[in-house]
Design a protein. Structure first.
Length: 131
């Protein structure tokens, strides 16, 4: 089931403890644009299909990462795209957005998405894998 935009932003705002919807929207746009640059194929399309249209289009943006970013570099990239962000606040932003995305996906799709990404993303999605 696709999340409605209001529900998606409400969840991001709550998890990120943002004071405004604009902050939640900004975090969602940046994180989903960076995530979309790392996902390919059917899993990317199926993930987008579970998101509100505005955010699905951001995820499906045709930009592709030149190289896969490990989890820490993903956080640093997020910090670089959000004005005034630090690595600590960017980690918070990434976690708030990706945990909501994780909730929108079924377990099988989430595992396939995480397997497309370098190690460490399971923690960013709030779904640590057993060691």
């Amino acid at each position: 089931m696709t999340l409605r935009q209001d529900a998606f932003l409400d969840h991001v705002q709550e998890r990120g403890e943002y004071t405004t919807r604009e902050e939640a929207d900004r975090a969602a746009r940046v994180v989903l644009a960076l995530l979309g640059a790392h996902l390919v194929g059917e899993d990317r399309a199926r993930t987008a299909a579970r998101l509100p249209e505005t955010y699905a289009l951001i995820l499906l943006n045709p930009l592709a990462a030149a190289e896969p970013l490990d989890a820490q570099r993903f956080i640093r990239a997020t910090a670089a795209w959000i004005e005034g962000a630090t690595e600590q606040t960017a980690a918070w932003d990434v976690s708030a957005v990706l945990s909501v995305v994780a909730d929108a996906l079924d377990d099988d799709l989430l595992q396939r998405v995480i397997l497309q990404l370098p190690p460490g993303y399971d923690l960013l999605f709030g779904r640590p894998r057993p060691v």
